[in-house]
Write a protein that binds this ligand. Structure first.
Ligand SMILES: Nc1ncnc2c1ncn2[C@@H]1O[C@H](COP(=O)(O)OP(=O)(O)OP(=O)(O)O)[C@@H](O)[C@H]1O
Ligand SMILES: [Mg+2]
Length: 260
């Protein structure tokens, strides 16, 4: 099978002063997959994602997204490229002084000349798409539950109909039931909208239920890469440690028993 590569990173080195965050990190994300970036806190997951979306330039290496070499891209092409992805940032809460609808409409107002009525129609359709009642648009972020805030932020990330979606710890801070519901929403939207998704996550359930392939970062390098089966076969000490917790062990056992 000849799958289309949507993101390719080659030999990435990232450095802040003397601190080396990534050394020789390479990965490929294929069209239609949900790709996980895993690793301990401070291992450089968010930083790697920032390099994929042109918020940070690596010290060395090559990043190609949707066929564009980000190290050589012209500013005029960069703007067009940015509109082809949506991002849910790790601490990307909504603007607290704006209603949910105004939050979702921000990019449309900034980058399009659509009428107010059309913008509001799009906002309502995005709210429905993420499982929220369109009336939620009238509320302020402080009036929403944690799960609703994540859904509203997802609606904002999807407002420009991107083909590529970046999610940084989308279920962190949610209770297990809301986290599972959010995971289900992500997999449904992937199929419905034909999305390719890069997701940073620590969540063991998400890793087992949602992620197709992944890179696990450790000590600046890729400790293991591939499907969950492939990663679990690795005897890299970092992988043993990452999947060595009780919850992960229980899920591995469950997986082996059910052959899932
Ligand atoms: N702009 C910056 N200047 C200096 N150091 C930075 C900068 N951005 C990130 N770092 C450092 O790079 C390392 C990786 O940070 P990053 O936020 O990518 O980690 P992470 O894997 O996303 O962690 P977490 O799971 O806690 O979100 C950290 O040591 C961080 O302090
Ligand atoms: Mg992070």
């Amino acid at each position: 099978m000849n799958r289309k590569v949507v993101i390719e990173m080659e030999h990435i080195r990232t450095q802040f002063g003397p601190k080396v965050v990534h050394e020789d990190v390479s990965l490929k994300v294929y069209e239609g997959e949900i790709y996980g970036l895993l690793g301990g806190s401070g291992s450089g997951k968010t930083t790697l994602m920032r390099e994929m979306i042109m918020l940070l330039r690596p010290a060395a290496g090559r990043v190609v997204v949707l066929g564009h070499d980000l190290m050589r891209i012209k500013p005029s092409q960069a703007q067009a490229l940015r509109s082809q992805w949506g991002v849910l940032f790790q601490f990307g809460a909504l603007f607290t002084s704006l209603t949910v609808a105004e939050n979702i409409a921000v990019w449309l107002r900034e980058y399009t000349k659509l009428s107010d009525a059309t913008i509001m129609r799009i906002v309502r359709s995005k709210l429905k798409m993420v499982g929220l009642d369109p009336d939620v648009g009238k509320l302020y972020p402080s009036e929403l539950s944690g799960g609703m805030v994540k859904r509203a932020a997802l609606a904002r990330a999807l407002v420009m109909d991107p083909k590529l979606l970046f999610l940084d710890e989308p279920t962190s801070g949610l209770d297990p039931v809301s986290a599972e519901a959010f995971d289900n929403l992500i997999t449904q939207l992937r199929s419905l909208l034909g999305l390719t998704i890069v997701m940073v996550t620590h969540d063991i359930d998400t890793i087992f239920n949602v992620i197709d392939r992944m890179s696990v970062l450790g000590e600046g390098r890729v400790a293991a890469q591939g499907t969950l089966e492939e990663v679990l076969k690795s005897d890299h000490p970092f992988i043993r440690q990452f999947f060595g917790g009780n919850r992960a062990k229980a899920r591995i056992l469950e997986k082996e028993c059910h052959g899932k």
